[in-house]
Design a protein around this ligand. Structure first.
Ligand SMILES: C[S@@+](CC[C@H](N)C(=O)[O-])C[C@H]1O[C@@H](n2cnc3c(N)ncnc32)[C@H](O)[C@@H]1O
Length: 308
């Protein structure tokens, strides 16, 4: 742009800005703008998934990820689901970040009609891993009426036996249609029985099991098999009692002989929407690894000059 064009462009820019400031005061524009942060953040997360380097180590291109987003969306328009596109993308980002040379499979506990299994199975197919699809295929266990409250999300209700029932035929037919059934191994039954003999390296886990006791059963079976550094996601992170389980030193020491790992997103979920979400994660990290973290100017490092 020449300096003459620049001189003309500047007043025009000011005029447009003034117009925008005036328009911003009208209730119609205010209403539109109030929607923007949520939409902008959603678009950012989708673009970050497509153009970020997630999956690059597996040779997965931006076009393949764009197709994945479309496939996830298609599944979610047809298959009833307790999870949304942004949750599926969150799982996809983490799963595609698992180093290819880390050997092991992916486990999903709590599938309902199989919507999340469809997305996870496509990711497993792309990364050459098996997906263990674990569910009673008969809904929640009948362990009584249980309060399910997520105070930060402002929601409460009750769980009862048989809720979220997705029959095996229904789930497998959904995965055949919208996922990659070849990548799946089904583990039917209630977790306290079906996961008892679980013994294989796992690099990623997704729990969406609603009940406190079901979360305990999954953690007890999965954690010993989880490879160092691996992610375990829970879609019950906004449930305070379930979130607290991840910080319960006594429970972890007596059941898994290790310190409680904590939960990112505990109580309010990861920031997928301005209000939070239901999903959180933890990682199996037995030791502190400073190479994964950054240093900052406001903290002290003993081997450097002392801070004043
Ligand atoms: C909220 S649904 C899962 C939703 C699913 N992830 C989705 O994206 O649509 C919870 C599932 O957990 C299963 N479940 C919960 N506790 C269980 C247990 N102890 N044993 C087996 N299945 C269990 C239920 O059968 C149900 O399918």
């Amino acid at each position: 742009m020449s300096s003459q064009q620049l001189q003309l462009a500047r007043p025009l820019k000011h005029l447009l800005f003034l117009g925008y400031r005036l328009l911003r005061k009208t209730s119609f524009v205010k209403e539109i703008l109030s929607q923007v942060p949520e939409d902008a953040w959603r678009e950012y997360l989708i673009r970050d998934f497509i153009y970020g380097d997630y999956g690059a180590a597996y040779g997965i291109s931006a076009q393949t990820k764009r197709d994945l987003v479309r496939q996830f969306e298609r599944t979610l328009t047809v298959v009833p689901s307790g999870t949304s596109l942004l949750v599926h993308l969150t799982l996809a980002r983490a799963l595609l970040s698992v180093p290819p040379d880390l050997k092991g499979d992916v486990i999903e506990c709590g599938v309902w009609k199989g919507a999340s299994s469809c997305s996870l199975s496509l990711l497993c197919q792309l990364t050459g891993r098996r997906l263990l699809v674990c569910d009673s295929f008969d809904g929640l266990p009948d362990t009584g009426l249980e309060l399910y409250d997520t105070p930060h999300l402002g929601v409460y209700g009750y769980l009862t036996g048989g809720m979220f029932r997705g029959r095996f035929d229904e789930v497998s037919s959904n995965i055949k249609q919208f996922g990659a059934i070849e990548a799946c191994e089904f583990v039917p039954g209630f977790f306290k029985d079906s996961l008892q003999n679980l013994k294989r390296p796992l690099v990623f886990a997704f729990l969406d099991v609603d009940r406190y006791s079901s979360t305990q059963e999954c953690l007890q079976a999965i954690w010993p098999n989880l490879q160092e550094g691996s992610y375990l996601f829970s879609d019950d992170a906004a449930h305070m009692r379930i979130a607290a389980l991840f910080f319960d030193q006594q429970w972890w020491q007596s059941n898994l002989a290790c310190p409680a790992p904590g939960l990112y997103g505990a109580g309010s979920g990861l920031p997928l929407w301005p209000t939070g979400s239901s999903i959180g994660y933890t990682r199996k990290l037995s030791r502190f690894n400073p190479n994964e973290l950054r240093r900052v100017s406001y903290l002290y490092y003993p081997e450097h000059e002392p801070m004043h």
